[in-house]
Design a protein around this ligand. Structure first.
Ligand SMILES: [Zn+2]
Length: 449
C-alpha cells in the first residue's frame, strides 16, 4: 500500500514537521479541512504541548566509541525527549535507557517523556552488553517551539447535519500497525462513502492520539451535540482476528448493529467491553463531559507492538480491506435505519441518584463522586499518573490501567463500591484513588444517606 510505504518511517510525533507533512500527503489523496490549535492552549485539564524536533542524538563510551546514533534508527530517541549534553555514570545512563526484553532485537517506542520532562534513549536489549564503560557522553539536540497541533477532517455531507465520526491516530513515528493501518483504513472508507447517498453526515478525523481528540472537542464544545456516535480504528493490519470493543454506554444503536454485522460476516472474532483490550481516543469521545457512544475496531495487541519491529513486513493488507468491508456494512445499516434515538447526555438527574442511594448496600467510607472536570483527566499534570518506569507495556489488568478508567465513572450516578465492581478492582484501592481526585479538587463528594 503506497500510503504506508511512503509514510511509515516518518518521524510522526504528535506535534512535529513529520506529522504535518503526513497530513499534507493524505490531504492530496482525500481532500480535508485542517483544524489548527495553537500550542499552549488550555484544553479542559490539559494543555497543548510545544512542537518538538530532534536534530540528532548519540551515546559514546569513555573511549569515544559510538554506541548508538539517531541516524541508525529514529526510535533511539524517545518522542519528546529533552536535550542533554553531559558525562554520566553507568548507573545514571541505565536510569534513562528503555528496552524490551521480550523483543531483544527491537528498539522500543517510548512516549512518556513528554510528561516526565526528561531525556532518554531507547535501545535493543541485545545491545546492552556493549555498555561496559564506567562513564558515557550522552548528547541529544532537540527543539521545543511554538506551533500548531493539527487535526484533519474529511467531510462527507449527508441529508442531515447529525454526524457519525470515524477516528484514527496519525502519530507514532516509524511504526505501521499502531496506527498507520487505521489511517489507511480511514482513507479506504472515505472512498467508499464518496459513492453513496448518505442520510447522516460523516466526519472522518486524523489526529494525534488523545491530545488531538481533547483539543478538537474542548475547543468545539457545540459540535459535541451534533454527533450521534462513532468508530475508532486501530491496528487493522495484524494477522489476529478482528475485535469489536463496545462503547462505554453499551447497547446503543452502533453497538447493536456492529454486534450483528460481526456475527453475520465473520467466522471468528472477539467481542469485548469498553477498553477490554485496546485503549485509545474512544476514551475521550465516550468520556466525561462528551459522552458520545464510540466503539473501537481493531485487532488487539501483538508482539511487535510499540517497537521498531512494527514494520510493513508484518502487515496483512487483506486484513485492512476486510476490516473496512465490515465497517462499511455497519455504516450502511446505520444509515438506512436512521433511528432518531440518541443517547441522553449528562443523565445524572436527582431521581436516578435517589434510587441508587436507596438500593445501595452501605459500605463504610463509601460515597458518590461527582466530577467537576470535562474530558479525560490530565493525570500526569495532577501527579495522578501511576508510575511504572520500567514497564512501557501496560497490561490493562494492572492498577495503572484501572486509574486511567476510574475517572470515566464520576458522573454522580454511581457510588465507589459500584465503580469498584464495574472495574473489578479492590474497593479500598478504588476508594483511595478516588480520594486523590477529591484532594486535587477534581470531584466533589455526595454523601450516601
Ligand atoms: Zn500506541
Amino acid at each position: 500500500m503506497k500510503l504506508i510505504d511512503d509514510l511509515w518511517f516518518k518521524r510522526r510525533d504528535i506535534i512535529s514537521d513529520g506529522f504535518d507533512e503526513s497530513l499534507e500527503y493524505i490531504s492530496k489523496i482525500i481532500p480535508m479541512k485542517i483544524h489548527q490549535f495553537r500550542t499552549g492552549t488550555k484544553c479542559w485539564t490539559w494543555e497543548i504541548p510545544k512542537k518538538w524536533t530532534v536534530i540528532e542524538g548519540w551515546i559514546k563510551d569513555s573511549n569515544g566509541k559510538l554506541l548508538l546514533h539517531s541516524k541508525d534508527h529514529p526510535l533511539h530517541i524517545p518522542t519528546y525527549s529533552q536535550g542533554v549534553d553531559k558525562i554520566v555514570t553507568h548507573d545514571e545512563l541505565m536510569r534513562h535507557l528503555s528496552y524490551n526484553e521480550n523483543q531483544p532485537n527491537a528498539i522500543p517506542y517510548h512516549e512518556r517523556l513528554i510528561y516526565d520532562k526528561a531525556w532518554g534513549f531507547c535501545v535493543e536489549y541485545s545491545k546492552l552488553e556493549n555498555f561496559k564503560s564506567k562513564e558515557y557522553h550522552v548528547y541529544i539536540d532537540t527543539k521545543f517551539e511554538d506551533g500548531f497541533l493539527k487535526v484533519g477532517e474529511v467531510l462527507h455531507p449527508g441529508k442531515v447535519d447529525e454526524s457519525i465520526v470515524v477516528v484514527a491516530h496519525l502519530d507514532h513515528p516509524c511504526m505501521v500497525n499502531d496506527d498507520l493501518t487505521g489511517v489507511a483504513g480511514l482513507v479506504e472508507l472515505s472512498k467508499k462513502l464518496l459513492n453513496r447517498q448518505n442520510h447522516y453526515t460523516y466526519r472522518l478525523f486524523l489526529l494525534p492520539e488523545t491530545i488531538g481528540s481533547i483539543a478538537l472537542l474542548s475547543q468545539n464544545e457545540d459540535f459535541i451535540d451534533k454527533i450521534k456516535c462513532g468508530i475508532f480504528f486501530e491496528m487493522l493490519g495484524t494477522k489476529a482476528e478482528l475485535i469489536l470493543q463496545h462503547s462505554k454506554q453499551k447497547n446503543t444503536i452502533i453497538d447493536t448493529i456492529s454486534s450483528s454485522v460481526f456475527k453475520n460476516n465473520l467466522a471468528t472474532y472477539k467481542e469485548l467491553p469498553f477498553i477490554g483490550e485496546m485503549a485509545n481516543d474512544e476514551q475521550v469521545w465516550n468520556g466525561p463531559g462528551v459522552n458520545i457512544p464510540m466503539i473501537s475496531i481493531g485487532r488487539g495487541h501483538y508482539s511487535e507492538y510499540h517497537t521498531s519491529n512494527d514494520t510493513p513486513q508484518i502487515v496483512s493488507y487483506s486484513n485492512i480491506t476486510q476490516s473496512i468491508e465490515i465497517v462499511s456494512k455497519i455504516l450502511e445499516i446505520l444509515d438506512i435505519e436512521h433511528i432518531p434515538e440518541r443517547l441522553t447526555k449528562e443523565k445524572t438527574d436527582e431521581k436516578v441518584r435517589e434510587q441508587k442511594q436507596k438500593k445501595h448496600e452501605q459500605m463504610i467510607d463509601d460515597y458518590i463522586p461527582k466530577r467537576l472536570f470535562k474530558g479525560p483527566v490530565f493525570l500526569s499534570g495532577y501527579g495522578l499518573y501511576p508510575n511504572k518506569k520500567y514497564n512501557l507495556y501496560d497490561n490493562l489488568s494492572d492498577d495503572a490501567c484501572k486509574v486511567r478508567l476510574l475517572f470515566n465513572y464520576f458522573e454522580g450516578d454511581k457510588s465507589i463500591s459500584e465503580i469498584s465492581k464495574i472495574l473489578r478492582w479492590d474497593f479500598k484501592k478504588t476508594l483511595s484513588w478516588t480520594d486523590k481526585f477529591l484532594e486535587k479538587g477534581l470531584i466533589k463528594k455526595i454523601e450516601i444517606k
